[in-house]
Design a protein around this ligand. Structure first.
Ligand code: DX5
Ligand code: ZN
Length: 228
């Protein structure tokens, strides 16, 4: 079963603790923290202090998605705040191997994210060094965007690459994931699904949002077949 990672970018920050508790009660496996610097993406979001506040509010593992131009300078602060997995963008610079090493030196797991226009083949040189590959199904910078179906082919391609090079590596999809497309994402090979709007703006509340995602992905395997 794929894991569900609610993105707090879509949460009500006036009630962040309550929102995190609702995610935990509803069975989310981790919390996704979207960090934006208004340079790499045209938006500004949150810093290590929010990660620390999340750490105080939930027992769930925290992952930081750094949509920033110079990730090296802020990675230590996020790990010190309690983030256990740090994902940076392959497009954020040319020293990616050094950044992945820095994340590991800080004691965290490392992820690499690909924008919709970036080929999975560019991940090949580092695929054996990372613990998570993130396929963006929207152009990064905002929650609530429409899911880009091109992500499904990239998930399938990365699923095969991971099987050959690093079977332990997680495969995450992020952006516009909802009840209508989550089964396709899992069938294409996603093992973690990030969901912001479909969780925190669900008409029936967080539990209903997570419940719908869980129900739609139940029984779906990476091959797309339904077992049994
Ligand atoms: C977009 C972020 C995503 C986004 C997910 O730049 O990386 O994590 O917040 O939110 P939804 O599910 O609303 O697209
Ligand atoms: Zn994200």
């Amino acid at each position: 079963m794929a894991e569900i990672a609610p993105s707090i970018l879509a949460a009500d920050f006036a009630r962040l603790g309550e929102e995190l508790a609702a995610c935990e009660r509803a069975g989310a496996e981790r919390i996704h923290i979207d960090v934006m610097d208004n340079h790499f993406v045209p938006n500004l979001s949150m810093g290590p202090e929010i990660a620390a506040a999340c750490r105080r509010s939930t027992r769930l593992p925290l992952e930081a998605h750094l949509m920033v131009e110079r990730p090296d300078s802020i990675i230590p602060a996020f790990v010190a705040a309690g983030v256990g997995l740090v994902t940076v963008h392959l497009e954020a610079g040319s020293q990616t191997h050094r950044t992945v090493s820095l994340i590991h030196q800080q004691g965290a797991r490392a992820g690499l994210a690909l924008n919709p226009g970036t080929s999975p083949l560019l991940l090949a040189p580092l695929l054996q060094s990372i613990q998570l590959a993130l396929v963006m199904s929207v152009d990064p910078g905002f929650g609530g965007q429409r899911f880009l179906p091109l992500a499904l082919g990239k998930l399938s391609e990365l699923r095969a690459m991971i099987a050959a090079a690093n079977p332990e590596c997680e495969l995450e999809v992020d952006g516009g994931v909802d009840c209508d497309n989550v089964a396709s994402c899992v069938a294409a090979g996603a093992t973690v699904v990030v969901a912001g709007t479909s969780v925190f703006s669900a008409s029936g509340g967080v539990a209903a949002g997570i419940g719908c995602l869980r129900e739609r992905m139940t029984g779906i395997s990476a091959s797309g077949s339904q077992p049994g």
